[in-house]
Design a protein around this ligand. Sequence first.
Ligand code: ADP
Length: 485
Amino acid sequence: MVSTRVKLTIAFVAGMIAVTITLFLAVLTARNNAVYHDIAQYAAAQGDLASRVIMDAAQAKQKVLANGDTALIPLLSSKLVDRLQVVPGYIVVVDTAGRAVYRSNDVMRLKGEDMATLETQLQDLPKSGEALIFSLDSLQEKLLFVSHSLPGTPGGLSRIASGAVATRASTVPREYLLDAALIVPLIITAAGMGAFVFLGRTQRQLAEITTEVAAITDGRSLHRRLALSEETTDFADLVMTLNAMIGRLETSFGALRRFTADASHELKTPLAVLRADVERAMHDSSSQTERMVALEEALQEVRRMTDLVESLLTLARADEGRFDIYREPIELQPLVQEVYETALILGEAQGVTVNLPFTTDVVVMADRTRLRQLFINLVTNAIKYTPAGGKVELGLGRHPDNVTFAVRDTGIGISAADFPHIFERFWRADRVRSRMSERGGFGLGLAISQWIAQAHGGTLTASSRLGRGSLFTVTLPIASDAERA
Ligand code: ADP
């Protein structure tokens, strides 16, 4: 297979040849036009001279014709012929009947067939202005003729056709041919070789980058970055883009590794407990009551694991963009009222007072189940992290283009150091204690809540002070009239 380097070199050389040919033709055309113009001017000057000779003779009342008989082909007076013969080039004098009454020596020297061609061509010679060019076969030259009218037709003479050899105007000069055959090919070859060498360098640089990227992305070396060396300096932008990409890969690989480790770790404890419970229940010496207690505990662990697996599944689907969200117009007030009633029951069990001081009538486009899950997550967290005697306040507020659902608590709050991590998966302020205590979440609730808010085109924000309490706010866009319809 032909390498890209060879292909590009060929394309470059072909491009140069095309440009050179175009340029050559343009220069040649311009040069030939100039030469043609010069020849036409020269021929016109000769015609002018001949006409002046005839007009001078006529004005001096000299005889123009040798014989007065215009029925035969008239002859010019010998004196006039002598004077006209001084004018060089191809000169033909024509009378009013279109007959040639004088031919210069150059014309007389033409062979019979050329003479015939000349006669016919001159019939078509425009009266003035445009020149006429035609080739004469045996002479192997091109002639250019222009016409010149004789004012007052002295002696019945009407016009003069004067011509010159114009072959030069349509040929390629020798020096041009030399350039085209020798110098231009030399330049193109040199340029082609230069391009080949340059492309080789480029190809080496790309090969180097490719090898390095392959070494980095084998999975174990994502911490490494491509070096911007002398060799790769032409591709600085590419190297920087690749480095940024490798950086992102490193981050997401790290997150994936941590996620898998965390998930396995979370499953390990309930599985160990479950195993111990089942073993206890199966033990011969266990009493009926002990068995029931063990099975009850096992069931609780199974519930916990089911919750965890469900949360993981939700997040995995969210990551894939395959979330099952069916948005429809939802009245928020009844939904918040329902969440508030659940919160009252949960709060009562914890000794926490729950209030709903303000709500509003508003419709959003949402998945009811998901939205309920989001609100319940925030409310349970607030109650979970607020000691007995504390307060939790819910509120639904309407703004010009959005609606906010806020949950404020007077609980333990979150330290400034922990705060940036609260939306991370599996993150808990105090892992060991929270797993062991009855609070025992997985640290996935807020990650899921944030995803639900974002999937609805909204946001979930938080603020908190350690020992003082926290405020979590969901902002959602209000449904437009079209959406409600
Ligand atoms: P969990 O299931 O552990 O509650 P979340 O993702 O819901 O997981 O919350 C992550 C962590 O954020 C919690 O472990 C807790 O440390 C902290 N947190 C969340 N909500 C509150 C709150 N209202 N008050 C204090 N800390 C909170």
